[in-house]
Every structure is written in structure tokens, then in C-alpha cells.
Design a protein around this ligand. Structure first.
Ligand SMILES: [Zn+2]
Length: 333
């Protein structure tokens, strides 16, 4: 038995259900999801994980949070989808969906007719994200990425939405908050090719709908690190307390590093990359990121940082294609 739309149980109950979307493009897949109706009224929070199917701590944290949440103590409702990108999960595919080779987190709000990722993004937007008052789309470094835990918000330009998202991001409690302004976008390509806004993330689509959204990132490199799962569980608990959906107040902690400029450095030419840095390292402008050699080991290029900042994520695999992504550097505000 599958649902064609998200269904909620009676007040004070949790349900584990299956969602099937009305599209031939998505035929053959059913999405496990939770719905939780608190004993008391309150807002609805959407929780997503596995938009990138090889990011495991977020998936585990979402399943654990929804299973452990006592609906009798909850004010409001929760929709939780532990694995959005099911093909990538089953086929252990980083970054993209193996049905179409596209990164689903560049496709939101999606298209009713299109490729698998486009249509999936459309149905997740319409059937899940739109049903909520808030969105938390949980991520981590992908199978070949190490990272310093951080939470992204993509600002919409609407202060009433952005200020709530910023408050949620700070409350989540990770080391760093990356607040991306609405016009310049997050993903600035280094190597002198200027900047390019990347559209199509879940948090951007939600913000455009007036729904405050955050993308917390903790965990990495295809592992199921228990400390990353715990960081997400703490973050979810803290945000639910802050939204007054659960009792208690988040414990005070030191404020996160705030980043408003996020430089992504790519290799001009691919090869075998010997990295000289780790996630969390501080870099000076011009500082060495690593050395690219060809497949005989002959030096090809030294990759250096275009800015002074902190390494928020770094590709751990030495196999780098032409224009391949190497590192994301946060410039402290
Ligand atoms: Zn991700």
C-alpha cells in the first residue's frame, strides 16, 4: 500500500509509510517516509536526507530522530524522508542520480516532465517541501569529500524568511554557518573564471516559497561516523526546541564562524592530485592547496588558494578530471 501524497496520523502518533509519485519517470520506486503528528498543535517541519544517496550520517540521523521522537511531547508535525535519492543510495553513487547523471540538488524546484532528477525534485517540492513551514535538508561530505561541519542557508532576499533561517542555522550548532547572499550565489569558480550562481538547491527552492530552510553538513567520505550522526541529532533537537516544538532550550554555546563568501576551487586540468591540506585548515591567499601530477607522476601544476579562508570541504580522492572540484574555502565575514 503506497500513498500518492503525504498522509498524517491522528494527533499523538507516528507512522512509517511509503510514498509513490504519479509519474512514469519515477515508476518502480517507492519512498519510505515518516509522518509524526504531535499531541499538540504547532508548525510542520520537513526533514530530508539522502538527496545525495551516499551521504550516510544524515540518513541515519533522520531515521533515528523520527523513530525516537515521542509524538506525545511534540507540538506540531514532522515529515521525514530518509533517502530522497534512492537510485544513488542503492547503487552507491556519489553526487548524482545514476538514472540521469544529474545532481538532484541543482534541480529544485524541479520539472513535472523531464529526467529522473528533475521530476523527483518536482515531486519532493510539491508533495513534501510545500507541506512544511520549515525545511531541514541534512547533508554531509560525499563519498570522496572531507569537511568541517557547517550549515548553509541560501538567502532569498526576504528578511522575514532569511532571519528565521539564520536563527535555525546558528541554533543547529555546527562550527560554521555559511549564509549565501541571494544574488551572487554560493558556488564561485576560482581560476579566474569569475563567479557563477548555482541555482536549484532544496534550501533555495524552499526559501523562494517563503519557507525558511537550512542545509546542515556533518560527516564525510562514505563513512557512517557516529560523531556526525550525534552532531545532527543534537542539531535537530536544538532546532525543534528553538521552534518550541519540543520542551527545553538549546544549551548555550560559542557562536559559529560566519561565512558569506564560499570559494570553490577547481583544477584547470585533471590528473592525480596530492593534497597538502585538510578540512578545517586555514589558508592564506596564495597558500598551497596541493600538487597536480600526470599519470606518470610528473608535476603539472601547483594549486593555490585565491583567498584567505578556512577549508570547509576538500576532495579526498586523487582522481581529478579537467575542471574537477578540489576544495571549498569559506571566507570568514
Ligand atoms: Zn550532499
Amino acid at each position: 500500500m503506497t500513498d500518492s501524497q503525504v498522509l498524517f496520523p491522528a494527533a499523538g502518533h507516528t507512522e512509517q509509510r511509503l510514498l509513490a509519485f504519479d509519474s512514469p519517470t519515477l515508476a518502480g520506486y517507492t519512498w519510505p517516509y515518516f509522518t509524526i503528528s504531535g499531541a499538540q498543535d504547532g508548525p510542520t517541519v520537513c526533514l530530508l536526507a539522502g538527496v545525495h544517496g551516499a551521504e550516510y550520517p544524515p540518513i541515519d540521523a533522520l531515521m533515528r530522530f523520527c523513530r525516537d521522537l515521542d509524538p506525545l511531547t511534540l507540538r506540531g508535525r514532522v515529515i521525514g524522508v530518509p533517502v530522497v535519492n534512492l537510485p544513488a543510495f542503492w547503487e552507491r553513487t556519489p553526487f548524482v542520480c545514476p538514472r540521469d547523471g544529474k545532481n538532484p540538488n541543482r534541480m529544485f524546484p524541479g520539472k513535472a516532465i523531464g529526467t529522473f532528477s528533475e521530476v523527483l525534485a518536482h515531486h519532493i517540492t510539491e508533495s513534501v517541501i510545500r507541506q512544511g513551514d520549515y525545511l531541514i535538508d541534512i547533508h554531509c561530505g560525499d563519498m570522496v569529500e572531507d569537511l568541517l561541519p557547517f550549515t548553509i542557508i541560501q538567502e532569498s532576499g526576504r528578511p522575514e524568511v532569511d532571519s528565521v533561517a539564520m536563527d535555525m542555522a546558528i541554533t543547529y550548532g555546527l562550527e560554521c554557518v555559511v549564509a549565501l547572499p541571494p544574488d551572487t550565489g554560493p558556488y564561485v569558480v576560482a581560476n579566474g573564471s569569475g563567479s557563477r550562481p548555482v541555482a536549484g538547491t532544496t534550501d533555495e527552492a524552499a526559501a523562494q516559497l517563503g519557507i525558511p530552510a537550512i542545509t546542515p553538513e556533518a560527516g564525510s567520505i562514505g563513512q557512517l561516523q557516529s560523531e556526525a550522526v550525534q552532531a545532527h541529532l543534537r542539531g535537530l533537537q536544538r532546532v525543534f526546541q528553538r521552534l518550541e516544538m519540543l520542551d527545553g532550550t538549546p544549551a548555550p554555546q560559542s557562536p559559529p564562524m560566519l561565512v558569506r563568501e564560499f570559494k570553490w576551487v577547481r583544477a584547470e586540468r585533471g590528473g592525480f592530485f596530492r593534497k597538502a591540506i585538510s578540512a578545517g585548515d586555514r589558508l592564506e591567499a596564495g597558500g598551497l592547496i596541493g600538487q597536480m601530477v600526470d599519470l606518470w607522476g610528473a608535476p603539472q601544476a601547483e594549486i593555490t588558494s585565491p583567498v584567505a579562508g578556512v577549508v570547509l570541504f576538500v576532495t579526498t580522492s586523487p582522481a581529478i578530471l579537467d575542471s574537477g572540484l578540489i576544495v571549498g574555502i569559506g571566507v570568514p565575514a
